[in-house]
Design a protein around this ligand. Structure first.
Ligand SMILES: O=P(O)(O)OC[C@H]1O[C@](O)(CO)[C@@H](O)[C@@H]1O
Length: 632
């Protein structure tokens, strides 16, 4: 374990130091703490009782969480003057911010994670300066073994608005077994904690729900609160619009992808196969495609829905390569999510067989010989590097180690083989196919967080304190209206059980046990507006080299308040966007002549504006009137 957790960091002059001075903007209801130590506090308002996201399993969730199921939604509002409480009258709070992370799935470092701790610290001190905030060093293992670091202004100074999660670190990814839960409970008791804040994605927050329930059952007073932090962007539901870290990671990766696009078109000789992080869901790859317009994007969700086989995917890519060759183009960029491999039906079945062998403690060297005949045949067909990677021990959610499987190399290898075959058969007459592979994974995770992630994370940290102060347990801190400026954000808390569902999955041949209730990753909405837009543009992306260069993250000036396209589009209120529409029109005015045809207008809009703007213009009720409206 790193002994230097919490040690002051030397910040590079210029940008890094300047970022440390950035003061996150606060949603209105949280600004009250700025009124000074005697100022009023935030008030919790209780709404309707909740059930679960999937009503068909409400009874299972209710049974598993008898004390925390059905709790009401809570929203936080500014104070009523009469209720203003002097700081001195409030009892101090002892809270910790655990980062129960680790392993490989949830809780991995996400840009913005430090600001949750900072927000919580500032809120706890504003609540009562005598309150104490501890962080568990080394993540979950620090929680189990009660290794804490007191978070103070001095400790935080060089971590504000900085990337990574090196303030507290990470270890394993779960608080799940009875032993682990008991260790956590012992720590909560021995520190006499009022609250435990768990920062992470779907897995960490599912574990938080279980811990909250267990603590109540064991009369432990510590309140457990979850905070949605995950670069994967897959903790998304009617209560949670996005997770902290997703915006930054997509911006960094979009820049890298667009750099590769420009390189591809400049050199004109390589196909770049780029794999992006995101676990089972493809949100990161999807957002990066909307930002940078690569030639192809293979979404895991599409593959799973259409049950595309590996060879069908390869043929689809080869058809694209061939269509481009007919236009004289021998370069291109293809994006894939790391979860693609598990979305391919036969690969999924193979991975499941390997998992069963792992669960039965079969030595890795003996596994290939114990596969079923069809799985063994598929396994033998795969290149040796993929075989080795597939045999790695699975993650705690039974999935393969997705970050370690070079799916982009597998696809590039099979595409090359197929293109050679097509050449030999006389079906392809173009130049030799050449590929270069990349995995854009870890390089984005430690990035300096965007303004959006800084603000969002800091607000969630502050909300956590108000949740603990209100006595909430088994809840997640949430912020609504994220697509709008911060002064329109609404702060709330939603019961973790309300986000749960139960998945049925096979654990052994023929067995049909029911999974435990948990928060599951949300896939891309294949009926959503963003996906519809991407589909509309797919053939133009494939053939026209419609690359877009969003550039690096901006911290000041134009672009510094840009939000994820998917977040914006899915929450777009077209009627309310007349201002954006007008702005789009004024940009278009500079390149098309009055009275031009609708097609030219559409092309101009597409080439000049971001996809968000295009969608805004094209879907706006005034769209039908556009030429008249604007050009008369
Ligand atoms: O750092 P590790 O343990 O390799 O974890 C990698 C995993 O973490 C994530 O970056 C975030 O959950 C995933 O996209 C990836 O599969």
């Amino acid at each position: 374990m790193n002994a230097d957790f919490g040690a002051p960091k030397e910040l590079a002059g210029g940008l890094q130091q300047r970022r440390a001075l950035y003061q996150p903007r606060l949603p209105p209801c949280l600004q009250v703490n700025l009124c000074g130590p005697q100022g009023p506090t935030v008030r919790a308002e209780y709404g309707d009782a909740t059930t679960t996201i999937d009503p068909s399993c409400a009874h299972v969730v209710a049974q598993a969480f008898p004390n925390t199921y059905g709790q009401p939604l809570v929203s936080f509002v500014g104070p009523a003057d009469a209720e203003a409480a002097a700081v001195e009258e409030r009892a101090p709070i002892r809270s910790t911010s655990g980062h129960p992370i680790c392993m490989r799935r949830t809780g991995s470092p996400s840009p913005g994670g430090h600001n949750v701790v900072w927000g919580l610290h500032d809120a706890i001190k504003a609540y009562n300066p005598k309150s104490v905030l501890y962080g568990f060093v080394g993540g979950t293992e620090g929680l189990f073994s009660n290794k804490t670091l007191e978070i103070t202004d001095d400790v935080l100074a060089s971590y504000k608005n900085q990337g990574g999660f090196d303030l507290l670190g990470r270890s394993i990814d779960q608080i799940r077994t009875t032993k682990q839960v008991n260790y956590a409970m012992t720590t909560c008791r021995s520190l006499n904690l009022d609250g435990l804040v768990i920062i992470g994605g779907v897995t960490s927050n599912s574990d938080a729900a279980q811990l909250a329930e267990t603590l109540i059952q064991n009369n432990c007073q510590t309140k457990v609160v979850g905070v949605p932090v995950s670069l994967n962007g897959d903790l998304k539901n009617q209560f949670v619009e996005t997770t902290v870290g997703f915006d930054t990671v997509c911006k960094v990766n979009s820049q890298l992808v667009s750099n590769v696009c420009l390189d591809a078109i400049s050199a004109g000789k390589y196909y770049y196969f780029v794999r992006l992080m995101g676990r089972k869901a493809s949100h990161v790859a999807f957002e990066c495609a909307l930002q940078s317009h690569p030639n192809m994007l293979i979404l895991g969700e599409e593959v799973a829905l259409s049950k595309l086989t590996l060879m069908e995917i390869i043929n689809k890519i080869c058809d694209g390569v061939q269509a481009r060759a007919e236009l004289g183009k021998y370069h291109g960029v293809l994006l894939i999510p790391e979860g693609l491999i598990e979305s391919i039906p036969e690969m999924y079945a193979l991975i499941q067989e390997i998992n069963i062998l792992h669960n039965n403690n079969v030595p890795v060297a003996e596994m290939p010989s114990q596969l079923s005949p069809w799985a063994a045949a598929l396994f033998q067909f795969l290149p040796p590097f993929i075989r080795r990677e597939l045999l790695l021990h699975q993650e705690s959610d039974n999935s393969a180690q997705l970050s370690q499987i070079d799916t982009e190399q597998l696809l590039a290898h099979l595409v090359e083989t197929e293109m050679i075959k097509r050449t030999k058969e006389g079906r392809y007459k173009g130049r030799k196919f050449s590929s270069v592979c990349h995995f854009f994974g870890y390089q984005a995770r430690g990035s300096i967080p965007s303004n959006f992630d800084c603000d969002y994370a800091y607000a969630l940290g502050r909300i956590s304190l108000h949740m603990i102060a209100a006595g909430l347990t088994g809840y997640m801190a949430t912020v609504a209206n994220l697509k709008d400026p911060v002064d329109k954000w609404r702060c709330a808390a939603a019961p973790l059980t309300a986000m749960m569902s139960v998945k049925r999955h096979l654990r052994g041949p023929g067995a049909i046990p029911i999974g435990r209730p948990s928060i599951h990753p949300s896939p891309i909405d294949l009926k959503g507006k963003a996906y519809e837009l991407l589909r509309e543009k797919a053939s133009s992306f494939l053939l026209d080299d419609f690359y877009r260069t969003p550039g690096g993250i901006q911290f000041e000036g134009p672009g510094s308040d840009a939000k994820p396209i998917t977040l914006t589009i899915e929450n777009q209120d077209y009627m309310g966007d007349i201002e954006i529409l007008k702005e789009c029109l004024s940009k278009v005015r500079t390149i098309v002549k009055p009275g031009c045809s609708r097609e030219i207008l559409k092309a101009a809009i597409s080439s000049m504006l971001s996809v968000t703007d295009v969608l805004t213009v094209m879907s706006h009720p005034l769209n039908a009137e556009l030429p008249l409206y604007h050009f008369k």
